[in-house]
Design a protein around this ligand. Structure first.
Ligand code: NI
Length: 191
């Protein structure tokens, strides 16, 4: 099933999400539905609060980023193969230089802005069998994971912009929250 994507302005996007217990009902169905919802909206990542659930879960599939010819073959390969679910993730460390990347978000359609983040992230998470892993990601892979991780902490990429940029975007964001926005995927609006 494809869920409508929750738009900015909804309180669920501002929650610090809860840990998922291994007996959480039908988590495999939920994960399949999250991938389906993400693909329907042509996203590379989707976090549970974006479908209205305040739980620590996000999915990524960075394959659409892989055919960027400016990337090394190694990085292309990593991006092509990074289809993954992160359950109960916890960022252990961020390191490396800050760099800008033009980010967007399915919950904030038609707005893209440069966001500065560190180049590398080390993250602890569980897979669908609640087996634990610790992994380190760089570059675009790290970027997508950092963006999705922020979602389960109640943070949106627009929070990271300068106060001037925020002020310039305020009206457009209000329009999105009130449903005055066109998307080719289904959304759910708070107002
Ligand atoms: Ni997002």
């Amino acid at each position: 099933m494809v869920y409508p994507i929750v738009a900015i302005g909804d309180a669920v996007l501002r929650k610090k999400c809860k840990v998922i217990e291994p007996n959480y009902p039908h988590i495999d169905t939920l994960i399949n539905d999250m991938f389906a919802t993400m693909y329907e909206a042509s996203g590379v990542g989707l976090a549970a609060p974006q479908i209205g659930l305040d739980i620590r879960l996000f999915v990524v599939d960075t394959a659409p980023f892989a055919d960027d010819e400016d990337l090394s073959e190694d990085e292309q390969k990593i991006l092509f193969n990074l289809k993954k679910v992160f359950i109960n993730p916890e960022v252990i460390e961020e390191s490396g230089e800050y760099w800008d990347f033009n980010e967007g978000c399915l919950s904030i359609p038609n707005i893209r802005e440069d966001v500065s983040r560190r180049a590398r992230v080390t993250i602890k998470y569980q897979d669908i069998n609640f087996q634990e892993y610790i992994e380190t990601y760089d570059g675009l892979a790290a970027r997508v994971i950092q963006h999705e991780y922020d979602h389960i902490e109640g943070i949106l990429f627009t929070d990271k912009l300068s106060s001037l940029k925020k002020r310039l975007l305020r009206k457009r964001i209000q329009l999105i929250s009130s449903g005055k926005v066109k998307t080719d995927y289904k959304m759910r609006f708070p107002q």
